[in-house]
Design a protein around this ligand. Structure first.
Ligand code: WQD
Length: 343
């Protein structure tokens, strides 16, 4: 039984491929390498001892996608990561985001019944909740979906609706939608991790690059929020814990008859952590002093969000296990490995 992982050389995709292989699944990766490197396959192979099948293609190319399904008839399930995901970029260039993120999913859904592929795990995001109101914190899967704050977030909302209506039309497909909070950290082997291209937008790669002296100083965006220490709050989830949630979801969608045709789960730790707490925890966990200063708020940032993750525990039998100190140490070890490779 094989699992097709689109975007499988990406950050979350590569960690998920490792966990799938270690759970006994064969994996076929497709990726257009627009935001990842082919060398990630070597890292995966060094961890698991099994080189995943790899096909370089764009999921928007339906003919090429069809050939992959024909070439690997034992594909039973799909985990769909491949998407553009830079919030700020999506505001500047919305149309490529709508085309890429919607057409790639539609192609997969159209091909699934033709090749007997029964299960789809979709990579969604807590961004669909927007800024929850106080009574909706921590957010549950039933919390209101609010107007998207970016085309990126809107594509996630639309993709969820496309899956819901397609399955509702009677398609012979089951789906689990995973709404991630903030994935961070790297595999404990330091063989794979986050590979930001250019100046990192996300907090943790910027922290580790500052700690490594690549960036002069970390700017904490905003210290005038209505939070205990006045900085933003997020739910930072270890990428390996997140990857394990995908294996649980795939098991459910392929091997659990009582699973509903479509199920949605928050995948986070259930705890909110502020930007300042991340900085202080990183310094304590690694012993590395971080130069930082406060800067004005970043356009588009929400103030605070963290997840109620009881449903995933109850239904998937999954909970985040890692503690923040270990996760931040894993990010730092990965950064140091990157320096060694580049020196
Ligand atoms: C986290 C916090 C910043 C950088 C985004 C997407 C979300 C998901 C995860 C894809 C915020 C603060 C950051 C810096 C800072 N992506 N920050 N200085 O914006 O919560 O979520 O990435 O699925 O959909 O929206 O993540 O890491 O950019 O920011 O102070 O240099 O760190 O203000 O509060 P974000 P982030």
């Amino acid at each position: 039984m094989a699992i097709l992982v689109t975007g499988g050389t990406g950050y979350i995709g590569s960690h998920t491929v490792v966990e799938l292989q270690q759970a006994g699944y064969d994996v076929v990766i497709i990726d257009n390498l627009s935001n990842s490197r082919i060398e990630v396959l070597d890292g995966i192979t060094r961890i698991t001892g099994k080189r995943p099948h790899f096909e370089q293609l764009d999921c928007c190319d339906k003919a090429a996608l069809q050939e992959v399904f024909a070439r690997y008839p034992d594909i039973e399930g799909i985990i769909h990561f491949a998407a553009f995901k830079a919030v700020g970029e999506s505001v500047e260039k919305p149309l490529p985001y709508y085309r890429n993120n919607l057409v790639s999913l539609i192609n997969l859904l159209e091909l699934m019944p033709e090749y007997g592929v029964r299960g789809l795990i979709f990579s969604s995001s807590c961004t669909v909740y927007g800024q929850p109101t106080a009574e909706h914190l921590p957010v549950t899967e039933a919390s209101p979906i609010q107007p998207a704050l970016s085309p990126y977030g809107n594509t996630k909302q639309i993709n969820e609706d496309i899956i819901r209506y397609y399955i509702g039309s009677g398609a012979p497909v089951k789906s689990v939608i995973l709404r991630y909070f903030n994935p961070i950290g790297a595999h404990p082997s330091a063989e794979i991790g986050e590979l930001p291209i250019g100046v990192p937008q996300n907090l943790i790669p910027y922290v580790t690059q500052t700690a490594a002296g690549i960036r002069k100083e970390l700017r904490i965006f905003g210290n005038d929020y209505s939070t205990p220490d006045r900085t933003c709050i997020r739910d930072y989830i270890y990428v390996v814990d997140l990857a394990k949630a995908h294996v649980k979801a795939m098991d459910r969608v392929l091997h659990t008859p009582e699973a509903e045709p479509i199920e949605v789960f928050n995948i986070g730790t259930g705890h909110g952590v502020s930007t300042l707490e991340v900085v202080e925890t990183f310094e304590r966990a690694t012993g590395v002093k971080l130069p930082w200063s406060y800067a004005p708020r970043r356009e588009g940032d929400i103030e605070q969000i963290w997840g109620n993750v009881d449903k995933a525990a109850k239904v998937l039998g999954w909970r985040a296990e890692a503690n923040l100190d270990d996760v931040l140490r894993s990010a730092w070890h990965w950064q140091q490995r990157l320096q060694e490779q580049e020196s």
